[in-house]
Design a protein around this ligand. Structure first.
Ligand code: HEC
Length: 224
């Protein structure tokens, strides 16, 4: 083999492997970059937010909000000696959880704590999260539009989340209603004993594990 031929062969090999590497890099950049920035619409609310489907995003938001509230109810509220004027037999910390926590030097109710967090989380306009119930104590928390009414009824019936893409005031959203479950004794005792609940829904006596309402999340869809 001549020296020239050998030189040519090694040059060609180098060229081919460099080309292969360049192609691989190019392909990776296109694949990753494309995935992260794509905002495509499809059936069943297929629009992506940073490459994650809205169905998964609402699940994540809900998981964090629900876990925080459960922890607050079990490990803070459940330890207080008074819940909305009633003695809590299991209470070990002398304090009361009450709607009028500011005026009465008490501690906010789980629903109020949830709302304060929800307001902060919604400040930048990315999504909204709220509580509703067919047996609402707070007038603002009844199921409102058709989506909430139909969805809440379905969630009470199935105890499963209800999800759909929808329009609110001409803008596209992916919305979900998750069952709000009586996870702690305090949820049940406080609601069943509440004067407004007794007056409006005397026939509804919650038990632990029941669906007490729903957590509604509205996620705006990009480019909508
Ligand atoms: C110490 C009393 C108390 C406890 C404990 C409590 N709640 Fe409530 N909850 C209320 C009151 C009062 C409201 C209405 C006031 C408000 O939202 O400002 C409310 C609101 C709600 C709402 C919104 C609908 C409505 O009734 O207005 C849901 C759903 C709800 N609670 C579910 C739960 C669940 C689930 C738990 C347990 C994890 C729980 N609550 C624990 C007193 C309580």
């Amino acid at each position: 083999m001549s020296a020239i031929y050998q030189w040519w062969r090694s040059l060609r090999l180098k060229f081919v492997s460099t080309l292969a590497l360049a192609l691989a890099i190019c392909f990776t950049v296109v694949a990753c970059g494309g995935g992260a920035s794509t905002s495509s619409s499809g059936g069943g609310g297929g629009t992506t937010v940073a490459g994650i489907s809205p169905e998964v995003v609402v699940d994540y938001i809900h998981k964090v909000a629900e876990s925080d509230r459960t922890a607050y109810t079990k490990h803070v509220i459940g330890r207080l000696t008074k819940l909305e004027g009633k003695d809590n037999k299991k209470g070990v910390v002398t304090a009361e959880a009450t709607e009028f926590w500011k005026q009465e030097k008490g501690v906010p109710l789980p629903a109020q704590m949830f709302r304060m967090g929800a307001e902060l989380a919604s400040e930048d306009g990315n999504f909204t999260i709220g509580l509703i119930s067919p047996w609402n104590i707070n007038d603002n928390q009844a199921p409102k539009d058709d989506f909430e009414k139909a969805g809440m009824a379905k969630v009470v019936e199935t105890a499963e989340p209800y999800k759909a893409a929808r329009e609110i005031a001409g803008k596209k959203y992916y919305s979900a209603i998750y069952p709000d479950i009586a996870v702690a004794d305090a949820c049940v005792s406080c609601h069943n004993d509440h004067p407004v609940h007794k007056e409006r829904h005397a026939d509804k006596v919650f038990k632990k594990g029941d669906v007490m309402g729903g957590v509604v999340i509205n996620l705006p869809l990009k480019g909508a």
